[in-house]
Ligand binder design. Sequence first.
Ligand code: ATP
Length: 923
Amino acid sequence: AEEGQGTTAFVSQPLRDNTTTTLAAALKDQRVTRIVLLTNYTAEKDTWPNQQQLPGTYLAINRNVTITGAQGTQTVLDMAFKLSAAQLCGSCRLTVHNLTVTNERRGNGSPWDFFVGPAGSSKAAIIMKDIIRLRYGCTSANASIVVAAALKRPDWLPGSSSGLQEFRVEDVDFQGHMYPQSLVSLDYAADIPRTVQEGRGAFGGYAVWCLNVTQLCMRTVATACLETKSVDACVNDLIDQALAGGQSAQQQQQLPLGLLAAAIAVPLLIALLLALAAALFISRRRKQQQQQQLDALKQQQQRLLQQQDSAKQQLVTPGRKSGASVGGQYGTDADPEAGLLPGPVGAEGSASVLCQGPLAGGTGWQQACLTSPIVGSLDNQEVQFGKLLGQGSFGRVYRAYWAGREVAVKVIDHDSEAHAAVANEVELMLSFNHPNVVRALHCVTWTHVQKDDAAAAAASAAATAAAAAAAASQRSAGTPLTGTLGSSQQQQQPQLQQQCSGLTDSQMQQLEEQLREGTSAAQLQQLCDQLLGQGSQQQLPPVAGNSGPLLSQQQQQQQGLGQGMCAQPGLVAIGGSTSSSSSRSSGSSCAQRDRGGDTSVCGMLPTHGDQQQQQQLGAKGAAAAAAAVGGTSAGADTQHKHPDVQPASGGNQHSLMQQQQQQQQQQGTPAALANRSRCETWLVLEYCDCGTLHQIASEWLPGQECDEQMLERLLLLRDAAQGLAALHAKNVVHGDLNSRNVLVASSASSPCGMTAKLADLGLSRVLQQHATHRTTQTVGTMSHMPPELLRYGRMSTAVDIYAYGITMYQLYTGEEAFRNLHYGQFYNAIVVQGARPPVPPDMPSDYALLMQRCWAAEPGERPGISNLLQCLDPMIKERRKRLSIDDTSLPPPEHSQPTMAAAAQVVKVIMGAICKLNKRQAR
Ligand SMILES: Nc1ncnc2c1ncn2[C@@H]1O[C@H](COP(=O)(O)OP(=O)(O)OP(=O)(O)O)[C@@H](O)[C@H]1O
């Protein structure tokens, strides 16, 4: 079986016609001694019976045979025969030459596990020459040398020149890939004993001779693995990993893409996070800065207020020293918390009283007007201020002591322009005497006059007075208040009076209608003459170029006569609304009392029918105003004298108006004038010791149907409804009902120990209309406004009922309805979409029903106030029953003397209330 004597077989994969054959067929064919691989070849694809199918059956090779690749190529033979094997005869040699050989073979040994030598023979040999062995896994070159050198070199194979196994370790560049530290077997020979096991049984029994065989390792076993496992185990692990890595190799190829994406995404993400953090940081800084600014402003405001208050103190304090009326230092000694108004400072002087004309001290404040007191007398009743109870949109409320009782004094900042409206609302409050409406006890207004600007302020005040008088007159004539006087009309008033005396009221009215700016004296006379000559019914031709609001005869009279500083006009509808003025047409008790006296110019203006009174009052006011303008020292009305503002000794109305005009021109714009006549009204109110209903409600557990709590809620709600009933009975609309405008006072006669009382009435709204210096939140709670008010500005008693429904919601849930909506969103929700706050599922059905009826979209669908009260009664009864409170033993809902039986019940409830108060205080 010599190589040279046989035939050559050409092997390809796939086969090329009949010119090529398979490797297995070529090996089987005993004539073939030379096999040439024309293509890369995977032996696995050859099939013949394998060991599992036919154990012990091998392909017999009984000759010497050479397998080679085509010259000059790197043909690859994959020796993965798997379970098939060939057996060399005892003296046969298989030579593999000039090939790249790969094998999935496990283990570290020879790649030729396809071949088996004859048992007991040592002459069979596999000779490799010029071979590149590509291995999936192997030990490092040096480790391989150690293993290889341990094997015996057969004596029958020619020895190496040195007589030793010859190896070299080098970095090999194969097909563009670097394989560092590769083992090159230059001349290595070893006997592979038959005992070598390769999983399928014994292999070996032949000699291996490697001449220039380079082993390229794709992966090298880690030395750490070799410390715990056998070399084969480690290599096998490595090969397993490599084979399993077919997929992972793909994944590895895709990995860079993933990595690429990550490489882009991660920095982006980091940049985004950094930007976010920066934005957060900046916004926080900004907030901090804003807060700091706000704090600074607040401090400044506080300082100003304190300055103002201390100025005021100087007005009130002297009286404390005398201690005649109240004694002690209320608010400082008595109440350690009181500190905002530190109480009397101990200035020497006679007792100062709230309502006793200009006060000493030269602080720039002068008492401008005051109403008659309802409680106590005017004289010797000082106000001593205690702690600040709260701050609203237009001023502060202090706890105070006045006329021998604890009161709350609401200090309202406004200017002279707003004074008329303020006074009107104050008068309304003074006129109410109902247990469920906060009682107004007294009022006084101060005007602030800069010494050097006294004249200017007086002029401004006079202008205001004229406007107020006009308004009063208009109202008394049954017309709505529409505007203030223009200067040219003011100029025309005396002319009218002088030139047109003798006209009837209606003629005068006609004349007024024709009067426009720029009407000359001659034109005016002509018109008067025309009217006088043509009779009262005749209409006058229009005077060209005239426009603007006009005055009635009464107005002229008022205008001409004027009023005092911050004089008060007639009545306007509460809340600036169109609600009927009839409710006030009778005038207040205060005004009636004023008529009795002869000194006060600041009583509420009389309504029509009180012309004489008006004139009387007006004359005094005019005198004061004239005095202010004249700035002379001659005394007139002592009630209004002031070191800076002295009444003039004379001067007719015409000259007053002229002076006024001149003064206005000298002093600049009306706004500047208004600034110089800042007013401050002190409204003395009944003190409500339990705070607001809002505060009380914040103590309740929101949404829980606890009978006791529900009863308290309903009782206070009924109080508020009774207050509303009192208002509505006089055709007065509150216009700003919400739980913050309902105050609560403890009351022994009330079933729950507390009584709710409506506060503010239309004051806030009126102030808002004149607001130039609003200090806190918006007046008029938007969330409580019904659709018709939002859409058309339509004010009626139904507006209060709607607000009542929203208040019910707030009292039950503890939440503000629509809190987070801005005006546009709110308008859209309420008016366009008809949205209402969500009714909580646990809300008792009777409560929910009433609440929803109250906030019905159509005003006509809402219950009237008496209807509402009727609904509340059974709801209260029901809860009382559940709490086993004897209904008959309780006092009737409004004030009455409790019977003995009722007293026990009352005590029980009061104890509950006290308990709650204590808890609240403890908190
Ligand atoms: N008669 C009173 N008795 C006791 N506390 C009162 C009295 N009047 C007002 N307060 C307290 O003073 C606070 C401020 O009241 P004020 O009427 O000035 O403002 P408001 O009604 O809260 O707000 P706004 O004027 O903007 O409607 C109230 O919240 C209340 O706590």
